[in-house]
Design a protein around this ligand. Structure first.
Ligand SMILES: C[S@@+](CC[C@H](N)C(=O)[O-])C[C@H]1O[C@@H](n2cnc3c(N)ncnc32)[C@H](O)[C@@H]1O
Length: 274
């Protein structure tokens, strides 16, 4: 995830091959640690317009296909396409069913025809895209008039406890970076799609210790992939410093990890200019 609160530097963009490889490696472990992802996707499903009946739906950044299976149940007459940049995820998802087609592709350059989908559903994937404007442009192109884009993503404030704790230890980039909510608002408003809803909601998870959190991020494939991240293993002294720094956030339920989740539902007007 690229820090879009900073000026865009080509050298500071996350490498998509690394993102794909990291998620492909995580395909087998992902479902066992995806409690937040389940809650977020379920909330996003609940935001879909009740009268929507897409003939073709797309699960964009489908991962293991958990929500493809929900979409298939909800729209049994619809044709489902799961799209993901990580082939390992698609192979895993295909075994479990849900979508009719599993397509390797990038949300910023969808390998899909213009006007071919009634719904693009995307839960916790586009935070990995450096160019959200391109994602929205592609959604606008691929949606048919009257179609809906519903996405959940992460914004600034996500994992702030971990970021601040590392900051206290060595000042290096240990946590993926997130775009400010205002950027989501501006880019959605400028997308040519109508914004039916856009809000940010915090989800806070609790862990007994820091290692449980960092192991979970790794099992999800969501650990830090930013350029500028420290290379190699974390030394014992630095790890000790991290554990100590994180303790100041401890609550009765454990160590908190905050996720600031953006939920957006957009609609492609029937006629341009509506
Ligand atoms: C956190 S997982 C979410 C998976 C699923 N939507 C869920 O909620 O369980 C993020 C997924 O987005 C995919 N992804 C990341 N960048 C992508 C891109 N540019 N285009 C398509 N998929 C991408 C990853 O490979 C991964 O499978």
């Amino acid at each position: 995830m690229t820090d879009l609160s900073l000026p865009r530097l080509p050298g500071a963009l996350p490498d998509k091959r690394q993102v794909a490889a990291s998620f492909s490696r995580a395909a087998a472990s992902y479902d066992s640690v995806a409690a937040l992802q389940r809650a977020v996707g379920a909330h996003l499903l609940a935001q879909l317009p009740a009268d929507l009946q897409p003939r073709c739906w797309i699960d964009l950044g489908s991962g293991t296909g958990h929500f493809s299976r929900h979409l298939q149940q909800r729209y049994p007459q619809g044709l489902g396409v799961a799209v993901d940049i990580a082939e390992g995820m698609l192979l895993h998802a295909r075994e479990l069913g849900g979508a009719h087609y599993h397509v390797a592709g990038d949300a910023e350059r969808l390998p899909l025809r213009d006007g071919s989908a009634g719904l693009i559903f995307s839960s916790l994937a586009v935070q990995w895209c450096a160019d959200l404007a391109a994602v929205l442009r592609e959604a606008q192109r691929v949606l048919q008039p009257g179609g809906v884009l519903a996405f959940a993503s992460l914004c600034v404030g996500t994992l702030f406890e971990l970021r601040e704790s590392w900051q206290a230890v060595d000042g290096l980039v240990h946590v993926n970076r997130f775009r400010p909510l205002a950027d989501y608002q501006r880019l959605c408003a400028d997308s040519g799609l109508q914004v039916l809803g856009l809000e940010a909601r915090p989800h806070v998870l609790h862990y007994p210790d820091v290692r449980s959190l960092t192991h979970e991020l790794k099992a999800l494939g969501a650990h830090n992939l930013n350029p500028g991240r420290p290379a190699g293993l974390t030394g014992r002294a630095r790890m000790q410093g991290l554990l100590q720094a994180y303790e100041r956030f401890r609550q009765p339920q454990g160590l908190p990890a905050t996720y600031q989740v953006v939920y957006a539902v957009l609609h492609k007007p029937q006629h341009q200019g509506d």
